[in-house]
Design a protein around this ligand. Sequence first.
Ligand SMILES: Cc1cc2nc3c(=O)[nH]c(=O)nc-3n(C[C@H](O)[C@H](O)[C@H](O)COP(=O)(O)OP(=O)(O)OC[C@H]3O[C@@H](n4cnc5c(N)ncnc54)[C@H](O)[C@@H]3O)c2cc1C
Length: 401
Amino acid sequence: MSTPSILISGASIAGPAAASWLAAAGWDVTVVERFDHLRDEGQNVDIRGIGREVIRRMGLEDAVRAHHTRETGQAFVDEDGRAYASFPAGTDDTDSSPTAELEILRGQLARLLYDHSANSAEYLFGDQIVDLHDDGQGVDVRFAHGPGRRFDAVVIAEGTRSRTRDLVFPDARVDELGLLAAYFTIPRTAADDRQWRIFFGGRGRLVHLRPDNVGTTRAMLSMYTDARGLDRLDRDGIVTVLRATYGDLGWETPRILAALDDAPLYVDQIAQVRLPTWHRGRVAVLGDAAWCAGPFGTGTTSALAGAYVLAGELGATPDDVPAAFARYESILRPQTDRALDFVPRNGHPRVEWHRRLLRAGLRVAAGPIGGALARIGVFDPSLPVDTVELPRYPMPAPVAV
Ligand SMILES: Cc1cc2nc3c(=O)[nH]c(=O)nc-3n(C[C@H](O)[C@H](O)[C@H](O)COP(=O)(O)OP(=O)(O)OC[C@H]3O[C@@H](n4cnc5c(N)ncnc54)[C@H](O)[C@@H]3O)c2cc1C
């Protein structure tokens, strides 16, 4: 058999990770990214359990650790900045603390994964799939700009709002969670410590400040809202909405809003993705495009695990792509289904009694009673990242060349 070829659409986390492993498994890999550059927006992402094992098998653990954000834990603060409940960072692979032991800025992880695969895969930036046709023997792909090409398989790793997915999986469900998150970078001040600080502003609004490893501070304004389409506003529009929505809040909010004019900004209307199947013929979905559960600490880990399993299964039967895709899905479904059900729905209190209740509950959870309950397993907020065992495949570890 000649060298099998694969097209991966999306160059964030899942796409470049899959590109590395597939090239190591002997595939001819092309990655197409809609943007004309590698995107560096976003904040801290967690790498836990099996995701960390994939990074380890790629030989990237030290590099990821060198980019650690050095966040020491999470603290809930009141209007005056006083912490009333604090949770330290995790201490090992599987710890389910809100701050993982291995935390890295999303853009820096994307860069590491891209660098690792850039010489073994072909990257096409500034282009996208406009049509594809699977005739059972291969997939003919038309691009918006480049010439059409034929591949043995296509993987869609375009994130939650994937457009190519609609061509093959029109039955995909994107469930809006009613949460809007605006992520941006602001100047660091001497008062910024190394904790992820969270302030409940009431009426569904949260204000977050997190340290990074490049001398700035990451701010996030997240809100529970019935409004839809806010993520499609232009920059001025979204800044106006944020200022009008958060203008009455205390703590560090005035400083954060003042910095908005110059801040790199990324806005996400949070949704979950559910598909009845992750593969049709020679086309499969991967990462958030397939199973996004929301920003609750599992997305990056499962994207890394998915990339590895997908490549391992394709490496095992390159001449039977549909069978490899079916095995990939059967291995990972249990974990992603559990993650989809693990949605903390009550984190953005809209009414005052709820805000008070949540604050009281956090005080208890952070205190000696919460610690004791956690030790005997009564209070177990474990994140569903280790419900599957990562297989071992005979493919060589990918090396950056
Ligand atoms: C810019 C950005 C910032 C983020 N910030 C955070 C954050 O702060 N916190 C957090 O928890 N998660 C964040 N995420 C999501 C996080 O990266 C994912 O949940 C997780 O890592 C799984 O990644 P993924 O590769 O499956 O999807 P994504 O990270 O969503 O990446 C999808 C990629 O596909 C590209 N793409 C989309 N459509 C097309 C198309 N039609 N053709 C070609 N390419 C396409 C996108 O530009 C992107 O590069 C962010 C994602 C992005 C893209």
